[in-house]
Design a protein around this ligand. Sequence first.
Ligand SMILES: O=P(O)(O)O[C@@H]1[C@@H](OP(=O)(O)O)[C@H](OP(=O)(O)O)[C@H](O)[C@H](OP(=O)(O)O)[C@H]1OP(=O)(O)O
Ligand SMILES: Nc1ncnc2c1ncn2[C@@H]1O[C@H](COP(=O)(O)OP(=O)(O)OP(=O)(O)O)[C@@H](O)[C@H]1O
Length: 645
Amino acid sequence: MEWPTEESLWNNGSNRVMETPILVFFSYVLWDAMHEGSNQRKRIQYLIRLNLVDTSRRADSSTSIPKSPNFTILYSIFSSSSSSSLTSHLILSSSFQSLLHCGMWVSSVDLGFISSDTLRLYAIFRSGIPGRPTHGMETVLKGEDAADWVYRGEGAANLVLAYTGSSQAFIGKVMRIQKAPINGSQRARSPTAFSKYEYLLWGDIGNLVSSSDRDTAAQTFVQRVMSPLLGSKHVDAGKLILVSREFLELAEKNVSSQRPSWRVNAGKIDTQRDYVLILSDHSIFPHGALVGEPCISVEIKPKCGFLPFSRFISHGNAVKRCMTRFRMHQALKLHQEEISEFSDYDPLDLFSGSKDRILKAIKDLFSTPQNNFRVFLNGSLIFGALGGSAESTDVIVGEAFEDALKSVILADDGLCTTSLLQLVTETLYKSGVLDRLLEVQKLDSLDIEGAIHAYYDVISEPCVVCGQLNEDEELHRYASLHSLPLDQSLKIVKNFLIAATAKDCSLMISFRPREGEEWGSSNNTIRLESTGQFFDYKVYFIDLDLKPMKKMEEYYELDKKIVSLYRKIEKGKVGFTCVCEFWRCRVCVAHVYIWTFIQELVGKARVLCIMVQCNGCSWLYPSLKNERLKRYEKEGKSTKKLETF
Ligand SMILES: O=P(O)(O)O[C@@H]1[C@@H](OP(=O)(O)O)[C@H](OP(=O)(O)O)[C@H](O)[C@H](OP(=O)(O)O)[C@H]1OP(=O)(O)O
Ligand SMILES: Nc1ncnc2c1ncn2[C@@H]1O[C@H](COP(=O)(O)OP(=O)(O)OP(=O)(O)O)[C@@H](O)[C@H]1O
């Protein structure tokens, strides 16, 4: 179906003359709804016409118009489901408010007649841009559908459910639902509308800011920004569908017992949302799980794979040039008890381009998976932690994993895991996805220490960072950034945010054994040397969310915190001591080895974690921390320091 021309649409609609429009936008109102659904009653009859006046030309104007030539606007209307009554509505939606924020004054809003019995809020897209991401927008999942969706995982921002029902439309799909923070949790709710500066930033990207809400914008961002950069073959932007409040409430209730408790305390499904995103389930092949073909899927969150090279990194933070952000962040996470051990993984290995180093990285991810490594068999998790961070792999976990792999990897006893890790390495090496990802990550060429200055210029505020600098030399260094024209500052911030998405996304690499030992017709077949098996494979990026521009300040603060703790460690002001003792188990008199990790910070020390190695005797753990503390105090060891536990 061809898109109509602007002219033809307009001629069919209201033909009133506009008052001195500076910017006029025509909407192709729910073109999908007109052509996708067989139900003619869903036809939207007219279009909406906005006359937007540049407020800078009004005598009473106190705001000025942004200077972006490709400035796009978003707005929402109510659409109809019946053609009987004729009603026109002026809707001052949050979108309109955003528009007003941008210095635009809506001089008049001419609505064509929109028949409406049932009013529903729909997204309207800027004219003339085909391929909008709204196909299937009419689908509404209701309360009774919630039982078909089961918990698959979650991150900080979204909860993901997998479909188990029998509707052809959803078989092989997962649903990604935005979460809202619970009061008191640190994470700020992701804004539902763009700030005026985000309009400036993303205004030239297709219909990104003309999307009526952040859900649609997020999807457009994946489609128009990340997919071309990472390769459309590896990106699924998904499809937004409407869901009822009842569906979201029931889904929340159904999955809460499977969620990690700390995630439950931090956030819940945002039941105020109208849309959820439907994506292909990358942990299975289309219909794979149904016809009984096994599918192994490996999820990797690689994080940043390069050392920053920016000249704007201050002398004091030079350590960033030789130590990865990931590894320095590990120290902070350990300090904040977010993890119990350092990860063995180094992103520089994964992104090295050397097969041996990639294999090393995969092995390290396997031994310390945290939230960077998971494995699914036919869509069910068999390794790693659902929705959170996994402890280091011990013998028991390792053996269970080895057993689970036996149905897919035909290796000798004890060699399935090694074979899988080799298979993942080969595939990553062959597919070239890591090289592409690295290129996108490197769009951050100035580091946050440079980009933050451009950010303050974009938001037209005095630079807080420069305000805190004492040394002229440093001020001088950043002066060049502050003298850049606005379009260049915008480019810096934009590239930084795109890179931030690339540093936080994950990869899903899925394998399905081929029938017969032969290469398939497609390029997506790989041979596992150790077993001689052939596998179809697919590689997809997930979690390519647009990062809010407001996060720039958080990025700067977190960077400071990570580097400052790491520098303290380097200077020996923070030490990690490991004490190993030998006990007899109180229950089974077996040997118990106890490793106590003590962290010493300037002026204080604390027991970070205690590892007990005894078959079946981990019951000792809870009481150990206090015993340790008392003993240290008795021995007079660092008693003054031992204040936080
Ligand atoms: O800042 P980082 O590197 O800790 O990354 C955050 C992730 O932490 P990680 O270190 O990978 O455990 C964090 O992951 P977790 O919640 O820790 O699983 C999120 O991915 C967060 O992104 P957003 O706030 O959901 O948009 C991530 O925030 P961004 O920095 O990507 O905005
Ligand atoms: N398309 C998909 N197919 C299969 N599983 C998926 C898919 N998308 C997400 N998942 C699973 O759901 C989990 C959470 O999804 P996602 O990473 O998108 O959440 P998030 O909140 O955006 O994460 P973050 O904390 O990194 O921002 C993933 O770790 C993955 O296991």
